[in-house]
Design a protein around this ligand. Structure first.
Ligand SMILES: C[S@@+](CC[C@H](N)C(=O)[O-])C[C@H]1O[C@@H](n2cnc3c(N)ncnc32)[C@H](O)[C@@H]1O
Length: 655
């Protein structure tokens, strides 16, 4: 077999390299649209250490490099259809236009640059040019193959830049016998290329490489309506009694002997016929055979209203791109039309089959799977993509419950072990030193909860594998009070910066109250995921953002509760100064609000939500709820800002 080689495909000993296949446990961080009965069921099962078997569609935030191997233990051999529309070397894959709402429909927008972690993914892909891209693609396809069901199919969406390189790789991974089509999708029309001085034909199509995983890959023959021209030229006869249009088709077979067709005399004519005598008689009785005049060769009547249409070919010109005015448009530069996914999903899957897209972008695959009643798993590295998909899914009528997952602490634990060694005490020490250095703080010794000092403020470094919880804050404050004014390293300040990867829901306000009673100025800062990226660290451009803060008012009357947002502040560094100046009301920072009315210290359950969409740019900042039973409840309010970042606040209420 012809094989494509690139630098990196073979290791030094001449063996083909294989992708990283360390499965990490996926963590559910949010559950959307689950009923309270279902929630109670999951809690009960959890308490009895059992797993729920109810299927939940999954939206996963993470790099496919970690997410795909993490799916293997549960899903190897189970995915019925894969669609991927991988990023391409434009460097713009991770930039997006963030929109600041302003009144009904006027918006201000700015280009959000890729985060460092996204830039890293881009370097993984393109750092060494085409060689590294092909290696990245090879590794992706190998894991996808392991995930695919024997009857599964894969569609790889590409264009003229690399489709010809990826074809031989797909042949190698899926076998040339399983290649089904190179589909040409005409995605645009020729437009003013020539005027801009191009000297090539307008590049107007994308390519979808389609492979079955075996001979028996699911195939539901697709048809499109006949064109008017075809109908006019083909269905030219009309049944005088019924008015039905029909065409006349051949019933004879040229050179039918060797092909095994029967030869007999029918209506006085001897020929090789397409059907046997019995079937021909039946057709005749049904009025489906016409003999124009005695001695003429009988022909078959094919009615227009019985024709399924024209078979879909490998050139698709009937699916328009997502236009500026399209209903489905969500403002994601690489968004693909739902009709495209609808076609491939109806052809290559059946109801309740499982569909996977590890570059889901604006969520098209998940949306179409949801509408066609297929199960789905969707992944993307960009937080903005995950948020866009979540919002888009919520706008689907009767969307089934789904979960949002990530690799969270497990990704960080692997990183900590790899970077700082296996011995746990030494590892934790060096990890803290590393974070302190990135935060420009000086390490201090002799304390358990205070680890460094910067510009006169004490610094606590949160653990990699657990969120900062109220108990931690109590310990930090206690140690801080004891430490003040004693010993050489003793703080002479009243400020503490708490650096954490994650923060418990109930933390924010309670901890701040506690701190203000103790007259300590407490700040919470998030350790950015970029810290996991060596190169970013070397470049020294790591930013620690203060947590956004959310003002919420709670009103209670009997069993009725009303929650009103009163203020929201986000870390401003990601938004250009000139845009910030034009924001006149705090609610303009907010894109989405979700409320969990009864958080049980499980994951956040989105039970009420309001969000901006093109159809409805208004945001509701008041949410109402009536409790069925008295008791104490924990309400969690989650806000997603215009850049896709979450901020939560929790409130206790006694009913
Ligand atoms: C061309 S877009 C997909 C668009 C999508 N088909 C749609 O209809 O919206 C490619 C997506 O891949 C994501 N991506 C790039 N590298 C990734 C990686 N290593 N892991 C997961 N997602 C990645 C980008 O964030 C981007 O959303």
């Amino acid at each position: 077999m012809v094989e494509l080689a690139w630098e990196g495909k073979y290791d030094k000993s001449g063996k083909k390299t294989a992708p990283l296949k360390i499965p990490l446990p996926l963590q559910t961080v949010e559950t959307i649209n689950e009923s309270s009965q279902e929630r109670q069921k999951s809690i009960d099962l959890f308490l009895h250490r059992e797993h729920s078997t109810a299927w939940r569609n999954r939206l996963i935030w993470g790099d496919k490099k970690y997410v795909l191997p993490s799916l293997l233990p549960e899903f190897a051999g189970k995915i019925n259809m894969v669609y991927i529309d991988p990023p391409f070397d434009t460097g713009e894959d991770f930039s997006y236009t963030a929109r600041v709402p302003d009144g009904e429909d006027e918006v201000e927008s700015f280009l959000k640059e890729p985060s460092i972690i996204e830039q890293k993914a881009w370097r993984d892909t393109w750092g060494k040019g085409l060689d590294s891209y092909l290696q990245w693609m090879w590794e992706t396809l190998l894991v996808l193959r392991d995930l695919m069901h024997p009857d599964g199919s894969i569609y790889v969406h590409l264009d003229w830049h690399v489709s010809h390189y990826v074809k031989p790789i797909c042949d190698e991974v899926f076998s040339p016998e399983n290649f089904r089509n190179e589909i040409v999708w005409k995605r645009t029309t020729a437009h003013s290329h020539a005027k801009q001085g191009t000297v090539h034909y307008a590049r107007v199509h994308d390519v979808l490489l389609f492979y079955g995983n075996s001979e028996s890959a699911t195939w539901n023959q697709p048809y499109v309506q006949h064109s008017d021209k075809y109908v006019e030229s083909t269905y030219r006869s009309v049944d005088p009694e019924t008015g039905r249009y029909y065409a006349l088709g051949d019933l004879t077979v040229t050179n039918g002997g060797p092909k095994g067709n029967p030869k007999f005399k029918f209506l006085g004519i001897e020929r090789y016929w397409r059907y046997n005598k019995e079937k021909m008689m039946k057709l005749l009785e049904a009025g489906k055979i016409v003999q124009a005049s005695p001695g003429a060769v009988p022909r078959l009547k094919r009615y227009l209203d019985e024709s399924p249409g024209t078979e879909v070919s490998s050139i698709w010109t009937d699916i328009s791109p997502v236009g500026a005015q399209a209903q489905e448009r969500v403002g994601y530069a690489t968004q693909k039309p739902e009709a495209l996914l609808e076609r491939i999903m109806t052809v290559s899957t059946r109801e309740s089959d499982l569909v996977l897209d590890c570059f889901v972008g604006s969520g098209t695959t998940a949306i179409v799977a949801e509408k066609l009643n297929r199960r789905w798993i969707a992944c993307d590295l960009s937080k903005f993509a995950i948020h866009t998909t979540r919002k888009r899914l919520l706008s689907v009528t009767n969307v089934k419950p789904f979960v949002i997952q990530n690799l969270g602490k497990y990704e960080r634990q692997i990183w900590q072990a790899a970077e700082f060694g296996e011995s746990s005490e030494a590892r934790v020490q060096s990890y803290r030193q590393f974070v302190l250095q990135l935060y420009n703080a000086t390490p201090i010794v002799g304390y358990s909860w205070l680890h460094g000092i910067r510009s006169g403020r004490m610094v606590h470094v949160g653990a990699v594998d657990s969120p900062i919880a109220p108990g931690d804050v109590t310990q930090i404050l206690t140690e801080f009070r004891k430490a003040i004014g004693t010993g050489t390293d003793a703080p002479r300040t009243n400020g503490v910066d708490v650096l954490g990867w994650d923060f418990a829901f109930e933390l924010n306000e309670l901890a701040k109250q506690q701190a203000s009673q103790a007259k300590v100025d407490l700040r919470f800062l998030r350790i950015p995921r970029d810290v996991l990226d060596k190169k970013a660290v070397e470049q020294g451009d790591i930013k620690f953002f203060e947590l956004g803060s959310l003002g919420v008012d709670l009103k209670k009357k009997g069993r009725k509760v009303s929650v009103e947002l009163t203020d929201f502040v986000i870390p401003p560094d990601d938004v250009p100064q000139d845009v910030q100046k034009n924001i006149t009301h705090w609610s303009q920072w907010i894109d989405y609000i979700g409320v969990d009315w009864d958080n049980r210290s499980d994951t956040f359950h989105n039970e009420w939500q309001s969000y901006r969409s093109r159809k409805n740019p208004e945001l509701q900042t008041v949410a109402n709820h009536t409790y069925q039973e008295s008791g104490q409840y924990l309400i969690v309010v989650k806000v997603v800002d215009i850049l896709g970042n979450d901020t939560t606040k929790s409130l206790k209420v006694q009913i």
